[in-house]
Design a protein around this ligand. Structure first.
Ligand SMILES: Nc1ncnc2c1ncn2[C@@H]1O[C@H](COP(=O)(O)OP(=O)(O)OP(=O)(O)O)[C@@H](O)[C@H]1O
Ligand SMILES: [Mg+2]
Length: 462
C-alpha cells in the first residue's frame, strides 16, 4: 500500500495521542487505587488496631459477645472514639468518618461466626485477633474500601472511560490538525523539489526552486539550485566543446579537400611543394586528433604515467635543443638559467610534451627579434620552472582562462600561425598529474610568463 507522508504523519500522531491518553487513564486509575484508596485503608487499619483493647475489655466485663449479638446500637456505641460527654454534642468535622470504617467492621467470635457488623466480609480479609488473658476470643475484620464501594467504583470507572474517550477524540482532532499543518510545512516544499527534480531529469536545466526557509529543506533547495546550475554549465561546456572540435576539424579538412580537388581538376600540379602543403594540413589534423585523444584520456583518468626519477634540467635542455633552429629562424634570443642537479619524480615523456607545448607557444607567438627565457631552480620543497618571453603576451581578460580548452588570444585567432588552443590545457593536466601547479602571468620581459611548481625529489650530488 502506498501511503503519502501526510497520512503517515497523521497515523503516527494519532497513535501517539491514543497511547498517551491510555497511559494517562491507566496511571490515574493505578494511582487512585494504590494511592488514595491505599491511604484510606491504611487509616482504617490504625483505627481498627485502636479498637482491639476496647473490645477485649468489653468482652471481659460483659463476660462474652452476647451483649453485642444482633445489637448494632451497642456495637456502634462501643466503636465511638469520643468521650461519653462529647458524644451528646454534634460530631466535629475531623471526627466524621469519611471512609465509613465503622460500617465496614465485622466482629467474629473465636469460631469465625459473625457476632455483629458488616455481613459482606470475606474470610480471606486480614483479621485481628481479640485476646483476653492470652486466649483468642474473637476476630475483628474490615471489609476493604473498594469492595464496600463497588457500585461507586463502577460509576467512577464509567465516568473515567467516557472522559478518556472524549480526551482521545479531542487529541485525534488535534493530531489531524497538526498533521495537516505539518504536511503543509514539510510536504509542500518536498513536492516542489520532487517536481523540479523531475523536470531537471528530463533535461530542463533552467528549473530553480525558490528558497523560502533556512532549515534542511531550504538547504536542500539551495543544493538543488546549485546542482541545476552546474548541470546547465556542464551542458553549455559540452556543447561549445563539440562546436569547437567540429570547427577545428573542419578547417584543415576543407583546406585538404580544396587542394585535392584542385589537383584533380588539373588546376594545381602535383609538385613537392603541393605535397608538403598537403602533408602540413594532415599533420595539423593528426596533432589535433592526438591532443583531443590525450585530453579525453586524462578526463577519464586513463592517461598512463610511468613515474621515474627524472633530471628535469636535462629534459628542458633536450627539448630546448629541438627548438634552437626555429628560434634562430625567428631571431629569438634564448636565455637559460637551468640548475642541472634537480630530480623530480615524473614521466619523462610527458614532461617533454609539457615543455614542448610551452616552447612551441614561445616560438610561435613571440615577436621576431624577441627574447625567450627559461629557468629551472629548486626552492624549499619545490622545483620552479619558468618559461617567459618578450611579448606580445596575452590580454589580461584572457589570462585567467588561458588553460581552458580552445581558449586563444584574439590576435592568434588567425589560423595561419595559431593552434587549436589545446596545448596549455594539456600542460595543466600533465602538471597536475605530477602533483604540481601551473600558472600564467604577465612576465617581466613584457610577454607571457608560465610558472610551474613541481614537488622536488632531491638534489643530485655533484
Ligand atoms: N607565449 C605566448 N605568447 C603569447 N600568447 C600565447 C603564448 N602562449 C599561448 N598564448 C596564447 O594562448 C592561447 C592558447 O595556447 P595553447 O597552447 O593552449 O593553444 P594554441 O597554441 O593556440 O594551440 P595548440 O597548442 O593546441 O596547437 C594561444 O592561442 C595564444 O593566443
Ligand atoms: Mg600551443
Amino acid at each position: 500500500m502506498k501511503w503519502s507522508i501526510s497520512t503517515k504523519l497523521f497515523l503516527v500522531l494519532v497513535a501517539i495521542s491514543i497511547a498517551t491518553v491510555t497511559a494517562m487513564g491507566l496511571s490515574a486509575r493505578i494511582s487512585f487505587t494504590r494511592g488514595f484508596i491505599g491511604y484510606l485503608n491504611e487509616q482504617s487499619t490504625e483505627y481498627v488496631e485502636s479498637l482491639i483493647p476496647r473490645l477485649a475489655d468489653a468482652y471481659e466485663s460483659e463476660g462474652g459477645w452476647g451483649f453485642l449479638s444482633h445489637n448494632p446500637r451497642s456495637w456502634y456505641r462501643l466503636l465511638d472514639n469520643r468521650s461519653r460527654r462529647d458524644r451528646d454534642g454534634p460530631p466535629q468535622l475531623s471526627e466524621v468518618d469519611f471512609t465509613a470504617v465503622q460500617l465496614r467492621l465485622t466482629l467474629l467470635d473465636a469460631d469465625y461466626e459473625i457476632v455483629v457488623g458488616n455481613r459482606n466480609f470475606s474470610k480471606d480479609s486480614p483479621m485481628k485477633a481479640v485476646t483476653v488473658r492470652g486466649e483468642t476470643v474473637g476476630w475483628l475484620t474490615l471489609v476493604p474500601y473498594q469492595q464496600a464501594t463497588a457500585a461507586a467504583d463502577v460509576r467512577f470507572q464509567k465516568r473515567q472511560l467516557t472522559q478518556n474517550w472524549l480526551i482521545g477524540l479531542g487529541t485525534v482532532v488535534v493530531a489531524a490538525l497538526a498533521a495537516w499543518w505539518l504536511s503543509r510545512l514539510l510536504v509542500t516544499p518536498l513536492t516542489r523539489i520532487a517536481s523540479a527534480t523531475h523536470n531537471l531529469a528530463s533535461g530542463d536545466y533552467k528549473v530553480r526552486i525558490p528558497v523560502t526557509s533556512k532549515d534542511e529543506i531550504g538547504g536542500l533547495s539551495e543544493d538543488f539550485n546549485r546542482l541545476a546550475q552546474a548541470l546547465a554549465h556542464n551542458e553549455q561546456l559540452r556543447r561549445s566543446f563539440m562546436a569547437d572540435v567540429s570547427h577545428e576539424l573542419r578547417t584543415p579538412l576543407s583546406v585538404l579537400k580544396g587542394e585535392l580537388e584542385a589537383i584533380e581538376d588539373g588546376v594545381r600540379t602535383m609538385t613537392p611543394a603541393t605535397l608538403a602543403s598537403l602533408q602540413s594540413e594532415v599533420s595539423t589534423l593528426s596533432k589535433l586528433v592526438n591532443d583531443l585523444y590525450d585530453l579525453s584520456l586524462s578526463d577519464i583518468g586513463a592517461l598512463s604515467y610511468r613515474m621515474t626519477d627524472v633530471e628535469i634540467g636535462d629534459v628542458l635542455e633536450t627539448t630546448l635543443a629541438a627548438f634552437r633552429q626555429r628560434m634562430t629562424e625567428r631571431e629569438l634570443k634564448v636565455e637559460t638559467n637551468i640548475d642541472p642537479r634537480v630530480l623530480v619524480n615524473g614521466d619523462e615523456g610527458r614532461l617533454q610534451q609539457l615543455f614542448n607545448n610551452l616552447l612551441e607557444n614561445c616560438a610561435r607567438y613571440t615577436q621576431i627579434g624577441g627574447t625567450v627565457r627559461v629557468s629551472c631552480r629548486s626552492t624549499n620543497g619545490d622545483v620552479l620552472v619558468e618559461i617567459e618571453d618578450s611579448g606580445p603576451g596575452v590580454p589580461a581578460d584572457i589570462l585567467p582562462r588561458i588553460f581552458e580548452r580552445f581558449v586563444r588570444a584574439e590576435a592568434s585567432r588567425n589560423r595561419s600561425h595559431g593552434g587549436a588552443g589545446l596545448g596549455l590545457a594539456i600542460c595543466r593536466n600533465i602538471v597536475e598529474a605530477h602533483g604540481g601547479t601551473i600558472a600564467a602571468s604577465a612576465g617581466a620581459l613584457g610577454g607571457l610568463s608560465i610558472g610551474i611548481k613541481l614537488p622536488r625529489l632531491r638534489n643530485l650530488q655533484v
